[in-house]
Design a protein around this ligand. Structure first.
Ligand code: HEC
Ligand code: HEC
Length: 242
């Protein structure tokens, strides 16, 4: 039954190959490992970001565990909206979501090369300003305050901003801003910031970020400044990550 639902899901997402992979595996005894169990996920979340017919599929390997867990919970509970994932996660427990989050977080995958800079010099200046200084007049903190000086995230709840495709970031900002059907339903530190940024600002920031190389030997920052942890209280408290 479960396989049938999965097959229907994947098929409706136009992923005939994945369906073949799933059903071909059905009659054979397969070991019950996490790698086996997450095969349906990998059909969409493979090694690379990709654009599907209905959505943009982000890579999830190597992202912070607490961040992934929070996203999985939000999809399951309807706070972030993408129907195929909501259906897939519907009956999964927090504990199971946490195990999947830990599995994907632990996968090491090389980052894609940087995109070509799709910003004018005025936009580059605007992006750098917001990223490194924020806008105190509007009480927007610098992005680096939470996402780390190297923009590689802060463990375990805050994702890195390098290695993400420009159009994925623009889509996420749109989701936070547009009345919150997708990501903005809950008031949290990031959705508040995203709602304050103009389209011009989000375009500039996304273009600049997507064009940055990944610094060598870099990784997530270890601690969030106290003031920022306070601002992001709902996110930090919403997950229990061992
Ligand atoms: C039919 C394709 C599909 C399947 C199957 C699927 N996902 Fe997704 N997933 C998506 C799309 C599309 C998004 C982005 C939605 C958005 O923009 O909000 C996403 C987003 C995510 C995110 C958030 C990523 C981020 O960086 O914010 C996580 C985590 C995730 N999926 C994990 C999983 C796991 C685990 C499974 C298996 C149980 C799974 N997905 C199955 C398509 C899929
Ligand atoms: C007060 C802390 C804070 C600041 C400042 C902040 N962010 Fe975030 N950001 C977060 C958190 C927390 C998340 C994860 C949200 C969630 O769990 O859904 C996030 C998520 C994101 C994501 C989604 C990444 C993904 O993989 O889907 C993007 C893009 C982003 N932030 C961009 C920015 C930019 C650009 C700035 C500066 C203008 C900024 N952030 C400033 C806390 C912050």
């Amino acid at each position: 039954m479960r396989r049938l639902i999965l097959a229907t899901l994947l098929f409706s997402a136009g992923l005939a190959n994945a369906v073949e992979a799933v059903s071909a595996a059905a009659p054979v005894e397969v070991p019950d490992t996490m790698a086996e169990r997450v095969k349906p996920c990998v059909a969409c979340h493979g090694l690379e970001d990709k654009v599907g017919r209905d959505a943009y599929y982000p890579r999830i390997a190597g992202k912070p565990k607490g961040y992934l867990f929070n996203q999985l919970r939000s999809f399951r509970d309807g706070l972030r909206y993408y129907q195929p994932m909501t259906l897939l996660l519907a009956n999964m427990t927090d504990q199971y979501l946490l195990e999947m989050a830990a599995y994907f977080s632990g996968l090491k995958q090389p980052f894609p090369p940087p995109e070509r800079m799709a910003a004018s010099s005025a936009q580059i200046k605007l992006a750098r300003q917001l990223i490194n200084q924020g806008d105190p007049a509007r009480q927007i903190p610098a992005c680096i305050q939470c996402h780390g000086n190297e923009l590689m995230g802060t463990a375990p709840f805050i994702p890195g901003l390098l290695g993400l495709p420009r159009i994925y970031m623009i889509a996420q900002f749109g989701a936070w801003r547009n009345g919150g059907l997708i990501r903005g339903q809950t008031a949290d530190c990031m959705s508040e910031i995203a709602k304050q940024l103009t389209t011009e600002e989000t375009n500039a920031v996304a273009a600049w970020l997507a064009a940055q190389p990944i610094p060598e030997n870099s990784g997530p920052a270890g601690t969030l400044p106290v003031e920022m942890a306070r601002r992001c209280g709902s996110i930090v408290q919403s997950a229990t990550v061992q």
